[in-house]
Design a protein around this ligand. Structure first.
Ligand code: ZN
Length: 474
């Protein structure tokens, strides 16, 4: 995510900085999301790397959903079915309802689960706050049953939900005129392999606190005929989107001017939709998206998806990343779009716990953005607030007390830490190769700082720990 945070950043940008800164699914019992293989050779002559991305978690959840979207009323009714095989026995199933976060709730957003079944048996879940917004039942929804859920045994859960959209807020879920931003609106299981259920609170600032493993999605979206739907996944028939091994799902629904192109030598289709009347330029957005995808392909390896869509809507100060779908504010700086494209490697392909280790996705993404913009040196020259100096590795529990410090302390300081490591290994090209190795080794997983350290050291022969400790990353 990237937000333009006020006048200071505008001034810096002007100085040459880059601060841009249904009911159908119920009738079926199994999900049938696309099984398109995306195994890619991620070799790179320059980095001396060979190999393919690891296979995604074979037992990943399979979601199937039907959404009825009413843009005038600002409501979404949904039916969701998921088949999940817990890797180990557990006494509960935990779904995250990010639509009930503090910013959404404060603007009238509210999601409720109105019906639930587990293996065909009707049940009633319980909510936990997880820093829920006012008027909402909670960001955490828990299902239990007698005897719990055995490891290795698939469980079939069906949820019916109703979502009242918040108004035109600067957020992933918002109704802005006739456009709807539907980011992270599906109830999603929060199981992380090796860690269990992720129940970190939602955050107040323009940021994420999510951790999620990859899953397959097959989502049908019904909207009035004059509306365009852009969403995570390949549109296999009108309004039906299938995505393979992605860690979240999002859509933009609106009256959109749509243009298409391709990137990565023709293997990735790029679709840009700009809200009518927003004043933004779809062709320019398309060109920038393609250029960024191709640049990051060369640096960090292939973006494995065959599609990337970009929804450009108003009342969004920067951009927000989702797997295979980006949201960008109309009229926002090009740098935001570049930043969100870089997240397709650092967050979408290699995931992380965005509550505990926000620097892993935001620091690396900001660094990648600076490489595209060729302004890493100017990012290094920026000041970091005292609250954040040497605190790069802090989680949102720390930043919540000073959200103004978050951008400089995590995004900018993260870039500075990687650049400082570059000083030890002969320059930034070597850092890029180290990040390429991190992507190659950790694709489709939820990575930890130790994975980054290991990849950088394996690639460069230099242990980054002393540099990272200087910035407080470890
Ligand atoms: Zn970001």
């Amino acid at each position: 995510m990237r937000r333009l945070v006020g006048i200071v950043l505008v001034v810096l940008a002007a100085c040459g900085g880059s601060e841009a800164d249904p009911d159908p699914s119920r009738a079926t019992t199994s999900t049938t999301a696309s099984t398109t293989s995306t195994t890619l050779v991620a070799a790179s002559g320059e980095c001396g790397l060979e190999g393919s991305y690891p296979e995604p978690w074979p037992e990943r959840p399979r979601y199937q959903a039907e959404l009825d979207v009413d843009p005038d009323a600002g409501t979404v009714r949904g039916e969701l079915a998921v088949v999940f095989t817990p890797p180990e026995s557990t006494d509960r199933l935990v779904f995250r309802l990010w639509a009930n976060g503090p910013r959404s709730g404060a603007a009238g957003g509210r999601m409720e689960i109105v019906e639930a079944t587990v293996d065909g048996a009707a049940t009633t879940g319980t909510y936990e706050s997880g820093n829920a917004g006012p008027g909402t039942p909670g960001t955490i929804y828990v299902l239990t049953r007698e005897g719990g859920f055995d490891g290795g045994i698939a469980v079939d859960v069906r949820l019916s939900f109703e979502l009242d959209m918040p108004g035109p807020i600067n957020e992933r879920i918002a109704k802005v005129g006739s456009s709807l931003r539907l980011g992270s609106i599906l109830p999603t299981l929060s199981w992380i392999r090796g860690a269990g259920w992720h129940t970190s609170p939602a955050v107040e600032n323009f940021s994420e606190s999510v951790a999620s493993e990859v899953a397959d999605y097959d989502v049908r979206v019904r909207a009035p005929e004059s509306f365009t739907v852009l969403a995570t996944g390949e549109e296999v028939e009108p309004g039906r989107f299938q995505a393979w091994a992605v860690r979240d799902w999002a859509a933009t629904v609106g009256r959109l001017d749509v243009v298409e192109g391709s990137a990565q030598g023709g293997r990735t289709r790029v679709i840009v939709g700009v809200a009518e009347g927003s004043g933004d330029d779809p062709d320019r957005r398309l060109a920038d998206t393609v250029a960024a995808l191709d640049d990051f392909l060369a640096r960090y390896g292939p973006y494995p998806a065959t599609v990337l869509s970009v929804g450009v809507t108003s009342s969004l100060s920067g951009g927000i990343e989702f797997p295979e779908h980006l949201m960008v504010g109309a009229g926002s700086s090009r740098d935001h779009l570049i930043h969100e494209v870089a997240h397709m490697w650092f967050y979408s392909l290699v995931g992380n716990d965005q509550y505990a280790d926000p620097w892993l996705d935001e620091g690396l993404t900001e660094y990648a953005e600076s490489r595209f913009l060729a302004n890493t040196a100017s990012v290094r020259a920026k000041s970091v607030p005292g609250y954040g100096q040497g605190r790069l590795g802090e989680g949102h529990d720390y930043w919540a007390a000073n959200t103004d410090a978050f951008f400089r302390s995590v995004y900018v300081q993260g870039t500075q830490a990687l650049a400082a490591f570059g000083d030890e290994v002969g320059g930034l090209d070597a850092v890029d190769c180290g990040l390429r190795r991190y992507v190659l080794d950790s694709a489709y997983s939820v990575a930890e700082p130790a994975d980054l350290v290991e990849a950088l050291e394996a690639q460069t022969g230099v242990d980054p720990t002393p540099v990272f400790e200087r910035f407080g990353a470890l």
